[in-house]
Ligand binder design. Structure first.
Ligand code: TUI
Length: 310
């Protein structure tokens, strides 16, 4: 299933490991890149020197290309944008905003820029500003999400832009890969399935939560803030719902959210932590290496695409 994405980025399988804030570190990213996909270190809300240290660790662990994701709401986005140039990072993905102001320096440094887009209009804007490809991310994803599903977003973005489209949101096995390619995608991004990878350093309680998940176990919180976030239903998500019910002022959402991701990822607090995951968590049933995950997913997709439909 080679595509333009493999040629553009010099990777074997057209799969990106989704950047999960506080989770996608050098260990996970290097393992995915070593397995032939594109590992991605999440900048999240971390300072540039923290992310730089992860980039350097990843370089020790793999000679293959890997990326850095810049979450554009971060106060450190400008610093990380500069850091990736200094460190010779090959690929940058962006989330939660438009990276236009960084395009020139990234291009000067030969960096491939692949923004996440939640709509056709934003996809077109990103391509006009110089994006090499776009990641069309459906609302099935974990974390900060848009409104449209992967099923409707991907074909519309494919029709609207000339650059390759990577599908994200709700993809956790070979069926998801095959479906995404049938919608016109030339690559896929997977986050949730990698949460249970051996090389993923997230707290064991978080992994178990994913393994135990059922189809309806996630919910989108924080809609009134303009930054809706999909997390597992728990005591924290119920507190967020109460804020919505009583139309609380927006700073109360912020207070509730501060430190909640670290509580889940580092301390393993599944009650009051922000346990971000996609709706596909329910089909993730075991721990595996990144290599096993990737080879299994593509074997399944390739078999499906050769299937006789009679
Ligand atoms: O960024 C993500 N997912 C994330 S970021 C994150 S950390 C966070 N924590 C609390 C609040 C907010 C973030 C956790 N998960 N996905 C990519 C993504 N990008 N989803 C939606 C967008 C997006 C939205 C608007 C991309 C571009 C955009 O453009 C707006 C504009 O200004 O043009």
């Amino acid at each position: 299933m080679k595509s333009r994405i493999c040629d553009l980025l010099n990777i074997e399988y057209p799969i990106f490991q989704g950047a999960m804030a506080r989770i996608s570190d050098a260990s996970l990213a290097a393992a995915v890149s070593e397995a032939g996909g594109l590992g991605i270190i999440a900048g999240g809300t971390a300072p540039a020197d923290f992310v730089r240290a992860e980039v350097r660790k990843a370089k020790e662990l793999t000679t293959r290309p890997f990326g850095v994701n810049i979450m554009l709401l971060s106060e450190f986005a400008d610093d990380i944008a500069k850091m990736v140039c200094e460190e010779g990072v090959k690929v940058v993905t962006t989330g939660a905003g438009a990276p236009g102001k960084y395009m020139d320096i990234w291009k000067e440094h030969g960096i491939k820029v692949i923004p996440v887009v939640p709509s056709v209009a934003i996809a077109k804007r990103m391509v006009r500003s110089g994006a090499d490809a776009v990641i069309a991310e459906g609302t099935e994803s974990g974390g900060h999400v848009g409104e449209l599903t992967t099923m409707v977003l991907v074909p519309q973005v494919v029709d609207a832009v000339e650059v390759p489209v990577i599908a994200a949101g709700g993809i956790g096995d070979g069926r998801g890969i095959a479906a995404a390619f049938m919608l016109g995608a030339e690559g896929i991004q997977v986050g949730t399935r990698f949460l249970t990878a051996y090389e993923c350093t997230v707290h064991p309680n978080y992994k178990q939560k994913v393994i135990n998940a059922k189809d309806i176990d996630t919910v989108v919180t924080g809609r009134p803030t303009g930054h809706p976030v999909r997390i597992f239903k728990n005591k924290l998500s119920r507190q967020f719902s109460e804020l919505e019910t009583k139309a609380a002022p927006l700073d109360e959402y912020e207070k509730l959210g501060i430190g909640a991701l670290a509580k889940a990822v580092v301390q393993g607090d599944m009650d009051f932590g922000s346990v971000m995951a996609g709706q596909i968590a329910a089909i993730v049933s075991k721990e595996q290496s990144c290599k096993e995950i990737i080879t299994e997913m593509f074997l399944e997709a390739e078999a499906l695409l050769k299937r006789d439909w009679r």
